[in-house]
Design a protein around this ligand. Sequence first.
Ligand code: GLN
Length: 454
Amino acid sequence: TMACLTAMDAGAPLGAFVHKTPEIALDQARAADQRLKAGDAPSLCGIPLGIKDLFCTKGVNSQAASGILNGFKPEYESTVTTKLFADGAVMLGKLNMDEFAMGSSNETSVYGPAVNPWKVDERKLTPGGSSGGSAAAVAGDLCLAATGTDTGGSIRQPAAFTGIVGIKPTYGRVSRWGIIAFASSLDQAGPMTKSVRDAAIFLQSMAGHDPKDSTSAEIAVPDFEAALTGDIRGKVIGIPKEYRLDGIPAEIDALWQQGIDMLKDAGAEVREISLPHTKYALPAYYVIAPAEASSNLARYDGVRYGHRAKLAQGDGITEMYEKTRAEGFGKEVQRRIMIGTYVLSAGFYDAYYNRARRVRALIKRDFETVFAEGVDAILTPATPSAAFGLGEMASADPVEMYLNDVFTVTVNLAGLPGVSVPVGLDAKGLPLGLQLIGRPWDEGGLLNHAYVLE
Ligand code: GLN
């Protein structure tokens, strides 16, 4: 813990930590020492972690990197952090992210971007997003592991951009209680770690049924670490032909082939599969996610949490809402609220929202079909490129940024587990990741495949 607190201070230029909690860390570390001395050694005893700013942590700023939650300190602790602390984990502080987890570069944060510890020239690179602070902190050795959340790729893409492991569990595996909501039917929390084994241990602590989250599943949590045998002989790996996109850099294709070869060498059978509705995933996601966000974010009204605008003489409650929300939310969040409100409006509900929901069902069925045909896991690239420069995409068309999620959003729409594993470097020396997608509730099997690629 002491070493990480020092590293956290020295690592300030990465912009990873946005609220530091050294007193809590030292208290928790001392308590962990006591437990060890008493012969009690829970799985995360004394392990220093960073916590994404999307998790509510009691008495500690929890702002989703948004101005509208300025100064918000919850009275309660999220289920995930409660479980981690019960297993002896130590919180170093809260981690940077895109505002309300909307983005792929950590550039929509009210605190400014986090920076990727990987560097090849003078340019500062993004660690990805929205869990960019988590990725930068783990890759930059400021902490041993971090929590992330993933609505459309926010654990897997930053993991790939920084050369670490990130798993988004099956929807319902990890409680969402106390995690600030973005799109409730897609959001899942998961670990971001330096190795697959760490991911298994960390996920074990986070997972499990929680009566406080009605979408949390009453399904037993198997021993994920025990699943890491490295034996994948006879397993069937699907390679979806629809993921072979035009314009993908040759090195991503080469990495994909490398992953295929590694799994084959380990005794798996690799076959081409088809997921025919893949091309509709991104548009469906960018209807459903903003729709749910517009509803979830309606609660930030200047009355209950955080920021309230200064009002002029004669302003009523409507002005208070309008001014507060105009000041408190950043541009990307406002864009999503407007899109979401539009697609849910009476005249357009069927044309956009209902159609997107139907597409979502078709995407889910594509996966069910290949799993029913015996596929155990699906291998794809995690991202269409390596990390890009800060500022390089932020000013462009927002759709450019949305295209980053092309390989990851299908997994959230279908509620499946997906893991990003660092497999190689590009020609410039930047990390690249591959994604494995698994059957529902088979995080253990999925991590075992990732273990072979690591
Ligand atoms: N980049 C995607 C978005 O902006 C996904 C974000 C996420 O998974 N939280 O919506």
